[in-house]
Design a protein around this ligand. Structure first.
Ligand SMILES: [Zn+2]
Ligand SMILES: [Zn+2]
Length: 360
């Protein structure tokens, strides 16, 4: 097997070991561990993490509202540098990259015929797998992650900072996937929820020239943030004042909001479900409403590789932008992961960042 190793920028990455914060289950402190740096197999890359961000789904896991196999290295959002590459992907060595949340086979009908590689028969998702799965280096709350052979890797231009790039492979790429399912010609769109997913979607829609974009959220700070993207930010109580939309994107995770969204949809409009990835999501909606309004309902879960390309393109087109920088906290050292989760729960930032070699 051909293997090249290049001198990495990160001090931690220069060691021959991996430092990780292991999750043993809700209510238990993260456990620091060291592992030997593995040798990548064909098509695999080892990435030294430069920055990782705490997704809401990880907060749910740590709080016990979502169940993952343990022990595990959580974390799926991140950016890093390829420090070792196996046969076939040697050209990635030394690149500063982001990667798809999931590893897909490229062969099954979901991958080849249905344009749903995120539902691959042989799907693997980073940050959601046990230490016993593969090398165990499956998450970004570590100094290194091992990227499997079917993972789509995208170069991150130097103009995009680590903090801005880190959440791109989750919230921003998912926002791009949600927009991808909209019919052509929609120019009046309501985004429900101004968390990171909703903010990205609203900003991306305006960036692509959609004329009228509303975004509703009960939190004033979030409305202020999304308003800086030339989006009309409103309180959810005022959604009924909108004079018909072509499409509504559900990005709040809050099922009762569907009633308001459906009310403002025009006849023949499209409702896209993205945020309610939890069982407490029974819809306040009748079949009759869907039929009489001739609505199109669409679910979007995760994304395909092209959506990650679109996410990085969007960030590259914006260049250095304080509005993006201000969404993410200054990175804490990885060793302070528990404190980082406390900070994430405080909702002071849309994303809290950790970095293996961060200094506060
Ligand atoms: Zn995420
Ligand atoms: Zn597949």
């Amino acid at each position: 097997m051909f293997l090249r190793v290049r001198r990495p920028r990160s001090q931690l990455a220069m060691t021959s070991s991996v430092v990780a914060q292991v999750f043993d289950g809700p209510g238990q402190p993260f456990r620091p561990e060291q592992y030997p740096l593995p040798t990548p197999g064909p098509g695999e890359r080892i990435v030294a993490i430069r920055c990782a961000t705490l997704c809401g789904s990880d907060v749910h896991t740590v709080e016990g509202r979502r169940h993952e196999p343990t022990p595990a290295i959580l974390g799926h959002e991140g950016i890093g540098e390829v420090i070792a590459a196996g046969t076939g992907v040697e050209h990635d060595l030394g690149r500063r990259v982001t990667w798809t949340l999931a590893d897909s086979c490229g062969q099954c009908r979901f991958c080849q015929q249905l344009d749903l590689p995120q539902k691959c028969d042989d799907l693997f998702k980073y940050g959601h797998a046990s230490l016993t799965d593969g090398t165990g280096l499956n998450g970004t709350y570590a100094s290194h992650v091992l990227l499997r052979r079917g993972t789509h890797v995208v170069d991150v231009p130097a103009t995009i900072s680590d903090a801005v790039a880190a959440p791109a492979n989750c919230a921003l790429a998912t926002a791009a996937a949600a927009i991808d399912v909209l019919p052509d010609g929609v120019d009046r769109i309501l985004v429900q929820g101004a968390g990171l997913l909703g903010l990205y979607a609203a900003a991306l829609l305006r960036h692509r020239g959609v004329k009228s974009v509303w975004c509703c959220d009960p939190l004033k700070k979030r409305r202020q943030q999304v308003a800086s993207w030339d989006v009309t930010a409103i309180h959810p109580e005022d959604v009924g004042k909108i004079d018909e939309c072509d499409a509504v994107l559900e990005m709040s995770g809050y099922a009762p909001a569907v009633a308001d969204g459906v009310q403002v949809l025009r006849i023949g409009g499209t409702y896209v479900f993205v945020g309610m990835v939890h069982p407490d999501s029974h819809l306040p909606l009748t079949g009759e409403q869907v039929i009489r309004k001739s609505l199109r309902l669409q679910g979007v879960h995760n994304y395909a590789p092209r959506h990650l390309n679109q996410a990085v393109d969007f960030l590259a087109e914006l260049g250095q932008d304080d509005r993006l920088e201000n969404l993410v906290s200054p990175p804490r050292p990885l060793a302070e992961l528990s404190q980082a989760f406390e900070e994430a729960r405080s909702q002071a930032w849309l994303r809290v960042a950790v970095a293996p070699d961060a200094c506060l």
